[in-house]
Every structure is written in C-alpha cells, then in structure tokens.
Design a protein around this ligand. Structure first.
Ligand SMILES: C[S@@+](CC[C@H](N)C(=O)[O-])C[C@H]1O[C@@H](n2cnc3c(N)ncnc32)[C@H](O)[C@@H]1O
Length: 200
C-alpha cells in the first residue's frame, strides 16, 4: 500500500513536527513483550524509528528491524544485536526474511494485509505476535483516514484466530500519543507438541 496516508505527523508540545510512532514503546507492546520467549529473535516489521526494536534489545533479544527507510533508526543501527534490513514490504511476494522463524514479531502502525499469513507462519512454535494498528473510526481523529489503511471491525482478530492462539484483542480508542482508533492483538503460535499432534 502507499503508506503516506498513515505517516501523518502531528504537532508536538513544542510546536515541532512529531511522528505518531516516535517516543517510547506502545503500552500494548510493553505489556506483552514479557511473553516473548527469553533470548528468542524478534522481528520489528516496518520498524520506523525503532522504538520497539530498542525495547526488545533492552530485554535481551536479537532483533531484525525491517523498513523501506531505516534512516530514523539513528544510533540504534550500530547495536551489534540489531540486524537492520532495508526492504519494500509491498513490492512483490512475501520477502525471504519471513522464511526465518521468530520468537516474537511486533507490528505497529503499519498495515499490509497480504502479510498476515506469512507473519503467522514466521512465528516459531510458542512465538508471540504483538500487533497494533489503526482501525475504522480513526478518520474522526485525522490520518490515516483512507479506508484501505484502516482495519474493519474485528479484522485483526479474524486474521489470526484459527492460525494462532489469541491471548488478547481490543478494538479501542486510545488517547496517547494522540487520539486514535486502533485494534490490537497479542497471539501465540501453538507449541511444537500441539503442532505435531494436529499433524497426526
Ligand atoms: C507510521 S510508521 C510506524 C513505525 C513503527 N512501527 C512505530 O510504530 O513506531 C510506518 C512505517 O512503515 C514503513 N513502511 C511503509 N510502507 C512500507 C513498505 N512498503 N515497505 C517497508 N516499510 C514501509 C514506513 O517507512 C514507516 O517507517
């Protein structure tokens, strides 16, 4: 998708431009980060400035940070435990890094529906997906307002239930860092034994 609509900026308290993904980690991501198996590799998809890459690095995880523009990673790009990959996620078939297996995948403020399936498949057994992005209703608050970039009611839940074990799901309006309608999900890939049993 053309993401320009979802890359709106808002005025910060000092009047300067403030990116909606700037600042500290999302409370939703912070809340569920401890469920990612200790030391397991984490994928930060469409990482932007890397606020969630930083969170998981601090928690002791190696991180693959992917975005078409890594310029906002700054000094984080020099962290030896961070692998930074420039990639257009929408330019063709699912990118090859999704053939790897991750103990955690975090996606925030980014939506490209064809990646739902490949993301679920890229979780290692017991791996955790933490996803939060804009939903229908957000047009009341500003951008993104293009319906293509907004989840329809229940969409994030529908996308992953059945493939993953849903731990938590919300369709809410948040007030910070600015008012926004979002859906957010945390879900876990079945453990290896369950997969084997299902395959028998
Ligand atoms: C609103 S920002 C969110 C950044 C980060 N996930 C966060 O919440 O802080 C959306 C990000 O998606 C990236 N993006 C948009 N379209 C993309 C594409 N086709 N391929 C790769 N990255 C893309 C942008 O470069 C931007 O960093």
């Amino acid at each position: 998708m053309k993401q320009a609509d979802s890359q709106s900026t808002t005025k910060g308290p000092e009047g300067g431009q403030k990116h909606p993904g700037s600042g500290g980690p999302s409370p939703w991501v912070r809340r569920f980060a401890p469920l990612v198996p200790a030391g397991a590799p984490v994928l930060d998809l469409a990482c932007g400035g890397g606020r969630h890459s930083r969170l998981f690095l601090e928690r002791g995880h190696p991180v693959l940070a992917v975005d078409r523009d890594l310029s906002r990673l700054g000094a984080l790009a020099d962290d030896p435990r961070l692998e930074a990959l420039t990639c257009d996620l929408e330019g063709g078939p699912p990118p090859s890094f999704l053939e790897r297996r991750f103990g955690g995948i975090v996606v925030t403020n980014y939506l490209h529906r064809p990646l739902f399936g490949p993301l679920a498949a890229a979780l290692a057994p017991g791996g955790v997906l933490i996803y939060e992005t804009f939903a229908k209703g957000n047009e009341r608050f500003g951008k993104p307002s293009n319906p293509h970039f907004l989840l329809y009611a229940g969409e994030l839940l529908e996308a992953f239930q059945g493939r993953l074990d849903v731990i938590a799901y919300e369709n809410v309006v948040v007030e910070q860092p600015k008012a926004a309608a979002v859906q957010r999900l945390c879900a876990r890939a079945p453990a290896e034994e369950e997969e084997t049993e299902a395959g028998e």
